[in-house]
Design a protein around this ligand. Structure first.
Ligand code: GDP
Length: 424
């Protein structure tokens, strides 16, 4: 099922290093363009007596998208035998960072493009920082325009060696370094006869080898408790625990653990309006269930299953967040955090670094998080909270921060801190 096999990727790099050309190539060489598009763009170039460029394909698609003609077809997308790829568009860094950090769009992998002739630019460094801030772990570095340097192995190696040192410093371990030419298609969809010294994968092969994100239904059960309803049925008082299943499957007979309380219970019945005969419900559905023995559970707890990966119950965690607040986020002040149905008072305990979303310039250990800054920071709650970190379970790792009744930030939990803060 290709729908299950969908991977979102992002392509970053200094302007003119060849991102659009590579995207155009990927789409054209995998037959993923709308029918007639390639010919149409070639024809337009001929009429205007300018040489055809793969980058023009993208311009043409985006133009249609802007005019609202064929929004679906114009989506930047390509397919291989393995799966579908969706290329997340980055209209501007501010929008892009905001979308990524708040989860409106989350890339599972990234291609970072460097021009072989121009070499590493300050933006190549900034984009490396961007990927590390976003927590994108699967990265392939494409050394593009190899045709302009006579497909020389030495030049490829020099760039790779110095870029590798930089990436190590910021904690990114690229999976592949690939020498390519977007213009001529070398090592994009098929291996290049011009670089026999290179024995690694093409860009497409590299992408197809990446690990896709776990589908929510295949992950551990997570259901934030929305509400608990009391009713009288079968002669006794019962409670229906209601909420939306974010991941996993809930079945009658399942042994559950509620976090952060640690209370336990076994599912007696699933009360799924209008059918009450269900024996299981899966991720994506709002539902309710009763327990065999009543347990006191309230809104804000997280329903999980015994024997599956459990969440961590902590006070503090490291997170990447994007700040939208009119006032800067500062240590010492109390904010509200919402994660699923849980709500806590929180404080900013420390700022590891921030990144100005428009310049991508990093700043280490600043005193505050300004509007439109992405930040890696430590947050501390007033009471224990059940969290999952980004890579384990993405849905229960996204939070929103409220300041003065307004949403002022959003982010992704990266890592639990202080696991010994369990309190039951
Ligand atoms: P972007 O700004 O990163 O999207 O870069 P473009 O894809 O628009 O490419 C910038 C320029 O570099 C265009 O004129 C492309 O034709 C050219 N270019 C891109 N890839 C290659 C390549 O592999 N070889 C050569 N010679 N030129 C390229």
């Amino acid at each position: 099922n290709l729908q299950d096999q969908e991977m979102k990727i992002v392509i970053v790099g200094h302007v003119d290093h060849g991102k659009s050309t590579i995207i155009g190539r990927l789409m054209a060489d995998t037959d993923s363009l709308p029918q007639g598009k390639l010919e149409q763009v070639r024809e337009t170039c001929r009429r205007n007596s300018k040489p055809f460029e793969y980058a023009f394909l993208l311009d043409a698609l985006k133009e249609e998208q802007a005019q609202g003609i064929t929004i679906d077809v114009a989506r930047m997308f390509f397919k291989t035998k393995q799966r579908n790829y969706i290329i997340l568009d980055a209209p501007g860094h501010v929008e892009f960072l905001k979308n990524m950090v708040t989860g409106a769009a989350q890339a599972e992998a990234a291609l970072l493009v460097i021009d072989a002739k121009e070499g590493i630019q300050i933006n190549s460094l900034r984009h490396g920082n961007l990927l590390s801030m976003l927590g994108v772990k699967q990265v392939a570095i494409l050394i593009n325009k190899m045709d302009l340097v006579d497909y020389e192995e030495e030049i490829f190696k020099q760039i790779v060696d110095s870029y590798r040192i930089f990436l190590e410093k910021i904690g990114i371990e690229p999976i592949y370094y690939i020498p390519v030419s977007g213009r001529f298609g070398d090592n994009i969809a098929s291996s290049s006869g011009n670089m026999c010294w290179y024995s690694g994968p093409t860009v497409l092969e590299a992408l197809d080898q990446l690990k896709p994100k776990k589908q929510p239904i295949h992950a551990a059960l997570r259901m934030p408790v929305q509400d608990v309803y009391k009713f009288t049925g079968h002669g006794d008082q019962r409670r229906i625990i209601a909420g939306t299943i974010e991941s996993g499957i809930l079945r009658v007979g399942d042994e559950l653990i509620f976090y952060p309380s640690g209370r336990e219970g076994r599912v007696h019945s699933i009360e799924h309006f209008p059918t009450t005969e269900l024996t299981e419900v899966q991720a994506g559905y709002a539902t309710g269930f009763t327990l065999e023995e009543q347990a006191y559970v309230s809104r804000g707890e997280l329903v999980t299953k015994k024997g599956e990966t459990s969440p961590k119950v902590v006070l503090s965690f490291r997170a990447n967040l994007f700040w939208l607040g009119k006032n800067p986020m500062i240590p010492g002040k109390t904010y509200f955090l919402k994660l699923g149905t849980a709500k806590r008072r929180i404080k900013l305990e420390g700022i590891i670094r921030v990144m100005d979303a428009s310049t991508l310039d990093p700043n280490y250990h600043p005193e505050r998080i300004e509007i439109n800054n992405a930040a890696e920071c430590i947050l501390k709650c007033d009471k224990p909270i059940a969290i999952d970190s980004n890579y384990e379970m993405s849905l229960n790792s996204r939070f929103v921060i409220v300041d003065e009744y307004e949403i002022a930030g959003g982010g992704i939990i990266q890592e639990a801190i202080n696991e010994r803060q369990l309190y039951w």
